[in-house]
Design a protein around this ligand. Sequence first.
Ligand code: ADP
Length: 408
Amino acid sequence: MALMGALHRQLGWLVVLLAVITISTGFVKLLSELQEREGRARRLVDSNIIGVFIWGPGGRIIDANEAFLSIVGYGRDDLVSSRLRWKELTPAEWGDADDRHAAALKAIGTAQPYEKELFHKNGNRVPVLVGAANFEKRGDEGVAFVIDLTDRKRAEAAVRESELRYREAQMELAHANRIATTGHLSASIAHEISQPIAAVIASSKAASRWLDRQPPNLEEVRQSLGDIEKSGTRAGKVIDRIRALVKKAPPQKDRLEVNEVVLEVVGLTRNEMAKNCILVRTQLAEILPAIRGDRVQLQQVVLNLVINAVDAMSGMSEGVRELLISTAKTDLEGVLVAVRDSGPGLAPEGLERLFEAFYTTKPGGLGMGLSICRSIIEAHQGRLWASANVPRGAVFQFTVPASPDTGS
Ligand code: ADP
């Protein structure tokens, strides 16, 4: 019995020992799991790929990794002395954004990442992306990550700058092309102006003759004066159009009637056509939606297409030289302009090459006209393309969307 009692006592100890071993093994396992988990979180913090900090009551920054300290330019001693507070690191105008995200933090426990600026210790501002989460039980404590956006912002600014420079260069080019085109047309333009001036002289002579009559015929004088005014206005309009073509001005977004743009170009090139024995016809749609764009730039496109057609036809030794400019409404509520000629036409395999910069088949050509025209039309959200005309020649067409506020 004594032996049995001793055995029981021994077994009792064994059970206790086993229980202790089991509990402590579980505890060790739990401990090692916790350590592993903490190790992973620590790895994220210590890798210093992004800034991480822990805040406490009043927005005081309690702990932070090196990445965060280097973003704001402070040292670990500043942390220890509790000098870092979120509010003081934030420029005043970002206070509202912070308040909005703090409200979300309070309501749902997380603040979605948002962009803001922080003050660096040296007073500079640092653009950053910030996101945060509360600690579960304590609403006034949490962890936040901060990513320095300085490089990205710098790269974005560089892209914006180079886009701006590209647009400026395009405008310079378009302007140079307008000057060259206007120069090309100088004889025709001179004729366009000299015609109304000649009419002014003729009407004023007529007025003098009516005045010399006995008695003077004042009604006829008034008529002649009216003619003088009309001719003067006509000459003035031609000069205004030339001035607008030659002037360098930033692109406009005016409400325009495409038919007017076409008619203005026809007016400027009338004499050029006559000189080259070209018959010009226009087929303008009566009801067209207005468009929004730059009058001078669109004139420049039509002018380039017309001059190209004239160049193509002026080399023809036989056949009728015809130019047809038409306008129409497109299916998508836009406007279509087509310039058709009866010239030698285009090689089908080279249709897209025509629009490449410096592509030219003309001895003195620059090859910039069509590429400038395409970039102008694309800047108006339209399309410009070339195809064969029937029965012969080439047709260049472009579309421009209707102005959003158009009534028709
Ligand atoms: P450039 O007029 O200086 O040659 P463009 O870019 O205006 O430059 O035109 C490029 C080329 O497209 C011209 O050299 C010509 O070969 C061709 N082209 C343009 N318009 C016509 C046309 N209406 N008919 C035939 N070829 C054309």
